[in-house]
Design a protein around this ligand. Structure first.
Ligand code: COA
Length: 286
């Protein structure tokens, strides 16, 4: 099944046209859709992205969500005019409202019900690190450009961007990246921990599709429990993590104990697969 949202003219892009998506073969391909503005995030885009995430999160025909960009950019970060300047002119209430809207959909994406993949096709700046970090996995074009450009126009990397680089990069690299305002390409972004892999631009989509297909074969309850656990345990002591994981496993079992039992059965009794080499056949419910 495929659902397409329409494109819009470069000028006066309506709020509903700032994000595009289609769904095919279990994958929702969601696109920042302001290519004429290098997909920078305006309040309109932030509101529309939350609506799109809402619409897709529990749809039965969606198993994996991919976030990418139309045109030459993934996203050029926050919209300096519509997000910063215009809201600052309106006052603190407008600034806080715009922050809630952008941080809100990034947070929603961090804890999304489905596995998420950032497919970074081009420019990725500043505020873009929020949704980049929010996605569970990230793949980039080798010639994509990543930068904390904030220092170049006179602010600190806010909106979570500093937290993202200090989470993902060793301290010296995070410090250099934040202080120097130099861009790095996709290959360097792999070395510095921002993304999983970098590929030639013409191979990016097929690699992401292949990864998504692997995820679609896994038990979805286990995937959601796993992705949340990886983020949660990062801030816990070993003992707290050990206890949390026991509880999280038991909670997951209460949603889908049959899946787990079937996984054990197909290995131990049926001998139809080996968990060390691939996933059990989840179409056969015990
Ligand atoms: N905020 C507002 N407008 C932006 C924008 C942003 N973050 N990024 C791009 N745009 C706008 C440009 O003003 C331009 O608008 P115009 O056609 O009305 O003049 C349009 O998008 C195209 O941008 P342009 O700079 O001509 O494209 P480019 O391909 O030559 O360069 C970038 C691309 C991303 C290098 C450049 O646009 C840029 O430096 N953007 C700002 C990146 C940034 O600092 N983001 C951090 C924000 S926290």
């Amino acid at each position: 099944m495929s659902t397409k949202s329409k494109a819009a003219p470069a000028k006066e892009r309506a709020e509903e046209d700032t994000v595009a998506f289609d769904v095919s073969d279990g994958i929702a391909w969601v696109r920042f859709n302001r290519p004429e503005k290098r997909n920078c995030m305006s309040p309109k885009l932030n509101r529309q992205m939350m609506r799109v995430l809402d619409e897709l999160e529990y749809r039965e025909d969606v198993g994996v969500l991919v976030l990418t960009g139309e045109g030459t950019a993934w996203t050029a970060g926050m919209d300096l005019k519509e997000y910063f300047r215009e809201n600052e002119a309106k006052g603190l209430g407008a600034v806080r409202q715009a922050q809630r809207e952008s941080y809100g959909w990034w947070r929603r994406l961090r804890w999304y019900h489905k596995p998420t993949i950032a497919m970074v096709n081009g420019w990725c700046f500043g505020g873009g690190y929020g949704p980049l970090f929010a996605c569970d996995l990230a793949f980039a074009a080798e010639d994509a450009q990543f930068g904390l450009s904030e220092i170049n126009w006179g602010i600190l990397p806010g909106g979570g961007a500093t937290k993202v680089v200090s989470e993902l990069m060793p301290m010296r690299k995070a410090m250099y990246h934040a202080m120097m305002g130099e861009n790095i390409d996709g290959k360097t972004a792999v070395e510095w921990g921002l993304v999983n892999e970098a590929l030639p631009a013409d191979q990016l989509r097929s690699r992401v599709e292949a990864v998504a297909k692997v995820l679609l074969e896994k038990n979805p309850v286990a995937l959601k429990a796993t992705k949340d656990a990886v983020r949660r345990v990062k801030e816990m002591t070993y003992d707290n993590a050990e206890d949390f994981l026991v509880r999280a496993q038991e909670a997951a079992n209460s949603f889908d104990n049959d899946g787990r039992k079937e996984g054990i059965k197909q290995f131990i009794d049926d001998k139809t697969y080996k968990p060390g080499l691939g996933a059990y056949d989840k179409s056969k419910k015990g």
